[in-house]
Design a protein around this ligand. Structure first.
Ligand code: GLN
Length: 238
């Protein structure tokens, strides 16, 4: 499938949108436009139905209670799972990542059912993971070293049918040396930043999946300077 018009669906800005995660939509729109690809972005509040005909679905981070509410509503709505079954791209950050899994830990540690779109489950760890995170991405995804900011209590365990998104170089990520997970076109990460602002290569991966074709390179010198500054601050060049 090849598409020159991409529909981006931002899920639940009223519940899942910490640390500027909504900036991920702006980066996708801009990088698509620079390749002559039109986009349409729809913000779906938690009292609205999730359309099933989107190409890229984005979910951000959230506090524990909004995260639980979002999981309940998305399960009841069914639009996101239906779109994922159809092959839509789904990108979840932190709370949005955890709720793509089978289960995550609520504010008292109680298990809360997720959407089961990723074969992962999360529970609450002993310590909050807060700070910068750097990782080297699974080579098949062809995304350069990733940089982001994490702030979560959750620890995430990967099942048989997902692969880790990246190997942690600095920070905590899932809690076992890896960060994030993906399966097909569903990808989750603990990285805020917003992640796609700090990692244009990751934005392009999502756009490639949605467009069904390779994209021509664009001038990333400004994004490159931001990346260089952050990467050097966390993992100084030797
Ligand atoms: N509430 C979740 C946790 O603490 C997610 C936090 C977030 O999205 N930043 O693990």
């Amino acid at each position: 499938m090849s598409s020159d018009r991409i529909k981006i669906v931002w899920i639940y800005p009223d519940l899942l949108s910490t640390y500027g995660d909504q900036g991920n939509t702006i980066v996708l729109e801009r990088r698509a436009a620079l390749r002559g690809i039109q986009t349409e972005t729809i913000n779906v509040r938690s009292d609205q139905a999730v359309p099933q005909d989107g190409d890229i679905y984005l979910l951000g981070g959230g506090e524990d209670r909004p995260q639980i509410l979002a999981a309940h509503r998305l399960r009841r709505d069914g639009g996101l799972p239906a779109a994922a079954r159809r092959g839509a791209v789904v990108f979840g950050v932190c709370a949005g990542y955890q709720l793509l899994g089978h289960e995550f830990g609520g504010e008292e540690g109680q298990p809360v059912q997720g959407l089961g779109l990723l074969d992962i489950h999360s529970n609450r760890g002993e310590q909050r993971a807060v700070g910068e995170i750097v990782g080297d991405v699974s080579s098949e995804l062809q995304v350069p070293r990733i940089t982001g900011f994490e702030n979560h209590q959750g620890v995430t365990h990967l099942g048989q049918t997902v692969k880790p998104f990246a190997q942690v170089v600095a920070g905590i990520g899932n809690g076992n040396g890896f960060e994030g997970a993906y399966s097909g076109r569903v990808l989750g990460t603990y990285m805020h930043g917003p992640a796609l602002v700090r990692n244009p290569g990751l934005a392009d991966l999502l756009l490639r999946w949605a467009a069904g074709r390779d994209l021509r390179p664009i001038d990333d010198s400004w994004a490159g300077r931001l990346r260089e500054e952050r990467l050097n601050a966390v993992v100084p060049a030797t």
